[in-house]
Design a protein. Structure first.
Lengths: 306, 310
């Protein structure tokens, strides 16, 4: 389930193959500034709409617009009867459904990414910098986590906490961190051998301080790239779990729920699937492209070629 | 050899832990099968208690785990609690479907990804390369359930060419396999392209050229072979990705495989089925990781000969 398990690992598992290879040499890497600006603008638009949706979900009068049903005008196509994007099977306005859906995506994406990144950093540094037993423990934890698909964990959490967005965030964070911890550990292992770390250690700076003052700042570029990536994968995963009925429940406007409702009426109208699918795919495309170009920017091998 | 042994015993250890974790996680979820077998509101409590003790729920957790684990080790996988079929039969039936689906997707992903990535690298910067790279970013960004819906819409609803659910003929396999293969295929293409580009710039390629080998021979034999290691290690990751995605894709296309069975079993608290299936999944993932580590060392002498075995 990419859906459910957007596998954070794949584009990152092969850091050596993917990020440091001098691909750029043969690739026209020079992106026009215009395209960069357009992407930034589009992402900001998504962010603003999402933030507005998040606020609207908390304001009863606005939330009602997302959940109020009007059975006299159901499954309308866009631009009919004064509905810009049409209505769903219960006559709810698609403009508001999508705004709310983006709000949910934003909240889940950001919180799951923040938790995965935090856990991954912590355990990656522990595994790479704190001696043999810490290294062995983190390896076992990482490999154990990797053995399960996130969907399984999501189902289990849905059982414990009751199905809902909280269970989704927890399941995503508890599976996502392993991929990041693996990369961080690799990075820390190589940083550890560098002279400035050795110098700090020789001067008697405690490990904790070295980790915070010297290791973490050097991990920032990597963390930034991976954060964007995790936001994208978490958003997809939330939609996927909600699509399967394991995520957002009831009238919560999640993109996944809009899609799964849309599936039931696919023979009648394709609009719900096209709209929600398009909004979701567009967002993921933008985020993936942002994380790719961040990676290029931070990678000296690539920057040199650009 | 020693490395291989160590690697395998580590894998076994991870699987053992995985089985304990699944066992505990499932039992910690509220509700149990007796609620779906009988109606707790209308059944006398004695009957419920009897059923619970029959099913072994009254034993202590370690005893329950021991019964389960010794069963698995001796090949006795137990019975499904919901319909009393032996778990081994269930796995055989559903496993074939999942295997067919995953194998088809794996073949599509690698069968197209490797040659496409190769062609893309050889023609780097050309129109084929550009179109392919655009297609790859879209294929990597579109969530598979959205792609599934689009595929159902176009080929099932609008054109009516292919069945969109069930597993009645080979035609039923087409849509789920293609949807499943989209993202891994795009990733394979990209990784192959990167690896091949790197090799194309290597010194030995120039040497081979100067010896008069044809371009085609160099590219498709020497360069491709040397580009294999990232592709192999990608393969293992892909197996994990495919398995994870299979769960969703099977549910969407109502493909009667292990994914559908697992999701149902967890939701129904059918412990024996869920535990064995989750363990099977973990075994495939851990096994493929181990295999790829070993293959990786075989394919790349530098890794094999280096001292660090970790």
């Amino acid at each position: 389930m990419n859906a459910a398990v957007p596998d954070p690992d794949e584009s990152t598992v092969l850091p050596s193959a993917q990020s440091s290879a001098p691909v750029a040499a043969a690739t026209p890497r020079r992106r026009s500034h215009l395209a960069d600006r357009l992407r930034l603008f589009a992402l900001m638009a998504y962010g603003l709409v999402g933030a507005f949706g998040l606020i609207a979900l908390r304001v009863p009068s606005l939330k009602r617009r997302m959940t109020d049903q009007d059975l006299s005008s159901t499954l309308l196509s866009p631009l009919s009867d004064g509905y810009l994007l049409g209505t769903d099977v219960l006559g709810r306005d698609f403009v508001w459904r999508l705004i709310g859906g983006l709000g949910v995506s934003l909240a889940v994406g950001l919180s799951a990414a923040a938790l995965s990144i935090g856990l991954g950093l912590l355990l990656g540094i522990l595994g790479g910098f704190y001696g043999r037993s810490a290294a062995a423990t983190t390896s076992v934890l990482i490999d154990l986590t990797w053995a399960f698909p996130a969907i399984l964990l999501a189902i289990v959490f849905a059982g414990w906490l009751g199905p809902g967005l909280r269970a989704v965030v927890l399941a995503l964070a508890l599976t996502g961190w392993a991929a990041f911890a693996r990369i961080v550990r690799g990075e820390v292992l190589s940083l550890r051998e560098r002279e400035f770390i050795a110098a700090a250690r020789v001067l008697g700076v405690p490990k904790r301080v070295v980790a915070v003052r010297h290791l973490i700042p050097n991990l920032i570029p990597l963390t930034l790239v991976m954060s964007v990536f995790f936001v994208a994968t978490s958003i997809v995963a939330e939609a996927g779990l909600s699509f399967l009925g394991l995520g957002a429940q009831g009238s919560t406007p999640s993109l996944g729920i809009i899609l799964s409702d849309g599936r039931d009426y696919l023979t009648v109208t394709a609009w719900p699937v096209v709209l929600a699918g398009g909004v979701l795919t567009g967002l993921v495309l933008l985020l993936n492209s942002l994380s790719d170009s961040l990676r290029d920017r931070f990678d000296p091998h690539r920057r040199h070629d650009a | 050899m020693r490395y291989a042994l160590g690697r395998v015993s580590y894998a076994v250890f991870i699987l053992l832990l995985a089985s304990v974790v699944t066992f505990l996680a499932l039992r910690a979820t509220p509700g149990n099968i007796s609620n779906s077998l009988i109606n707790p509101a209308t059944t006398p409590p004695e009957v419920i208690a009897e059923l619970r003790s029959d099913l072994g729920f009254d034993d202590s957790l370690p005893k329950q785990y021991w019964d389960h684990a010794s069963g698995v080790l001796t090949g006795d996988l137990g019975f499904s609690l919901s319909n009393r079929t032996p778990v081994s039969d269930l796995i055989k039936d559903a496993g074939l479907y999942t295997l067919a689906l995953a194998a088809a997707a794996f073949l599509i992903a690698f069968g197209l990804g490797v040659p496409f990535g190769m062609l893309s690298a050889i023609n780097a910067g050309g129109w084929f390369d550009r179109v392919l790279r655009l297609a790859c970013s879209v294929a990597q960004s579109i969530p598979n359930f959205v792609l599934a819906l689009v595929a159902v819409l176009i080929f099932g609803v609008k054109l009516g060419w292919l069945p969109v659910s069930g597993a009645n003929s080979w035609k039923s396999l087409v849509l789920p396999a293609v949807v499943l293969a989209a993202e891994p295929g795009a990733l394979t293409t990209r990784v192959t392209r990167t690896a091949v580009l790197e090799e194309l710039g290597a010194d030995y390629t120039r040497t081979l050229r100067s010896r008069g080998l044809t371009k085609r021979r160099i590219n498709w034999i020497h360069v491709l072979r040397n580009s294999l290691s990232p592709i192999i290690s990608l393969g293992a990751v892909q197996i994990r990705t495919l398995l994870g995605y299979t769960l969703v894709v099977e549910v969407i296309f109502r493909w009667p495989g292990l994914g559908t069975k697992l999701v149902d079993a967890v939701l129904d608290r059918d412990y024996p089925v869920a535990e064995v299936l989750a363990l099977l999944l973990a075994a495939v993932v851990v096994g493929s990781n181990t295999l790829s580590d070993l293959l990786y060392r075989w394919a790349d002498p530098r890794v094999r000969l280096s001292k660090s075995d970790t």
